[in-house]
Design a protein around this ligand. Structure first.
Ligand SMILES: N[C@@H](CCC(=O)N[C@@H](CS)C(=O)NCC(=O)O)C(=O)O
Length: 160
């Protein structure tokens, strides 16, 4: 399996989960600062992932799996003994998925495009910064009260 990644982005979570699960991945860097995004081996990344973003996981049958919250679950499920994700169908699994969805939609996506586009102006930047601070405070309170990890005692893919 090959993980398409870019350092310092959300693709790090998939890499962490793979390492924690003891899964050896091939890694290929995608320069997301270049237009078009190019892979380290010189391919136009949009030909590999039409969504154009990392992470993307190329499975051994050649097919592609995208969306970080799903990739980390796939990797964790390959090694259930790792405890990186609770078993399918349990309430604990839904709790981990609830965090994964919150992080993907309510946290991660608040950072873009507003924060990286000064042309949208100061007002929107302030509004989004306040929203992000509120959501991070929510996570911090939860970890303080029910941690040390998001779902309690066990580090899961959601923490990654
Ligand atoms: N919905 C995707 C979003 C992934 C995403 O936003 N990736 C960013 C890095 S954190 C990226 O590759 N951006 C490049 C681009 O959108 O062109 C997921 O949750 O995996």
């Amino acid at each position: 399996m090959k993980l398409y990644y870019f350092a310092g982005t959300c693709s790090l979570a998939a890499h962490i989960v793979a390492r924690e699960a003891g899964i050896a991945l091939d890694l290929e860097r995608v320069d997301i600062h270049k237009t078009p995004h190019m892979t380290a081996s010189g391919a136009n990344f949009s030909q590999i992932n039409s969504k154009g973003y990392v992470p993307a996981l190329q499975l051994d049958d050649g097919s592609l799996l995208s969306e970080g919250a799903v990739i980390v679950q796939y990797l964790a499920d390959l090694n259930p003994e790792s405890g990186l994700i609770p078993p399918v169908g349990t309430m604990e699994r839904y709790r981990a998925q609830s965090w994964l969805n919150f992080i993907a939609t309510e946290l991660h996506k608040l950072y873009s495009p507003w924060l990286f586009h000064p042309e949208y102006g100061e007002t929107i930047q302030h509004i989004v910064r306040d929203k992000i601070a509120g959501r991070l405070a929510l996570v911090e309170n939860h970890l303080t009260e029910q941690g040390p990890y998001l779902t309690g005692e066990q580090f899961t893919a959601a923490d990654a």
